[in-house]
Design a protein around this ligand. Structure first.
Ligand SMILES: Nc1ncnc2c1ncn2[C@@H]1O[C@H](COP(=O)(O)OP(=O)(O)O)[C@@H](O)[C@H]1O
Ligand SMILES: [Mg+2]
Length: 327
């Protein structure tokens, strides 16, 4: 793959938090590339460092208690982590749009949806009021909010959860960013609406040839909505690859566990998971020795308790951090 195909090049990103005088590492030396026109999923259980790593790309973590310890985030040859505040503000929204999990906390409750989109346009573009209004309505139409002429006068609480999420996406798309970071964009929604929004995101991604970083705890969502995925565990990447290959041949036992815990059709009614993974992501302050996954791993051996595996390429476009990967 040529260098010009890379939209974002994240190198060795490490982020820590200080609590009670103690600094713990939330994201530990992750490196990956987001390629032009692809949807790359970042997958892992809650607490694995997905949000912190995504917010850090645009220096949006609260500092302190957060701290970007090291790393580079290269965008068009510039390191976003070293950019001045004004230059970085221009990149946010303009070049890189963001959609978050909770639209109620990210939308302003006292402004109508239309007003908020117009404000975003004013903030980033030299645009006159009548035109901004037209652009906003066109955006609401594009995100498939019904009767946008009247909906644009609605306050966030007057919309359904799915429509609020679509409004958030409209706002993120307002300045036609080349990159969209979507952090659990459908988690609060029911399964049907989730599927509609992800389908919609895929369509927009193709129409605009955007690059999308799709963050989710639900590997099941990824199958139809991303081309490649990174699997994160305890602040590190443990496996990467094309989504197709991750599903057909997971190499890391954690990825296998995630696949097995995807609810199957038919079992949903009883709210039963096919195979719940035992244990949970370890607390940052007390990571186990060796491989951080070893206490939960069905194939752990003695070496895993003492020596930490690093992420290694095992095939072109495929990496795994495991001493005994599945084959
Ligand atoms: N503001 C904060 N202060 C202290 N610790 C934080 C803060 N934000 C996140 N963390 C810690 O960073 C770790 C990763 O969190 P996060 O990136 O939100 O996980 P995920 O998005 O994968 O669920 C968690 O252990 C969390 O406690
Ligand atoms: Mg998160």
């Amino acid at each position: 793959m040529t260098a010009s195909n890379t939209e974002l090049d994240i190198q060795n990103l490490t982020v820590s938090f200080t609590a009670n005088g103690r600094e713990v590492t939330a994201v530990n030396g992750i490196s990956y590339k987001l390629n032009s026109g692809e949807t790359l999923a970042v997958v892992g259980e809650s607490g694995s460092g997905k949000t912190v790593s995504a917010l850090s790309l645009l220096r949006l973590i609260p500092q302190p208690p957060g701290r970007i310890v090291s790393g580079k985030v290269l965008f068009r040859g510039r390191d976003l982590l070293a950019l001045g505040d004004d230059a970085l503000r221009a990149v946010r929204g303009n070049d890189i749009g963001m959609v978050f999990q909770e639209p109620m906390t990210s939308l302003n409750p006292v402004l109508t949806i239309g007003e908020q989109i117009v404000e975003t346009l004013y903030a980033h573009r030299n645009i006159a009021t009548p035109e901004a209004r037209e652009v906003a309505i066109a955006l609401l139409r594009q995100v498939e909010i019904p009767s946008p002429q009247s909906r644009w006068k609605c306050y966030p609480h007057e919309l359904s959860g799915g429509q609020r999420q679509r409004a958030m996406i409209a706002m993120a798309l307002a300045c036609d960013p080349g990159i969209l970071i979507a952090d659990e964009p459908t988690t609060a929604l029911d399964v049907l609406v989730q599927a509609q929004i992800l389908e919609f995101l895929q369509r927009v991604q193709q129409e605009r040839n955007m690059s999308v970083l799709l963050i989710t705890h639900d590997l099941g969502l990824v199958a139809n909505s991303a081309q490649r995925a990174l699997i994160m565990y305890a602040g590190e990447i443990v496996e990467t690859g094309p989504v197709r290959d991750l599903f057909s041949k997971p190499r890391h036992p954690y990825t296998m566990g995630l696949i097995e815990s995807i609810p199957r059709p038919g079992t949903k009614a009883r709210r039963k998971r096919f195979h719940e993974m035992k244990g949970s992501v370890p607390a940052l302050g007390s990571l186990p020795s060796g491989c951080p996954f070893h206490p939960r791993c069905p194939s752990a051996q003695q070496k895993c308790e003492t020596e930490k595996p690093t992420l290694e390429a095992i095939e072109p476009d495929r990496q795994v951090a495991c001493w005994y990967p599945n084959d």
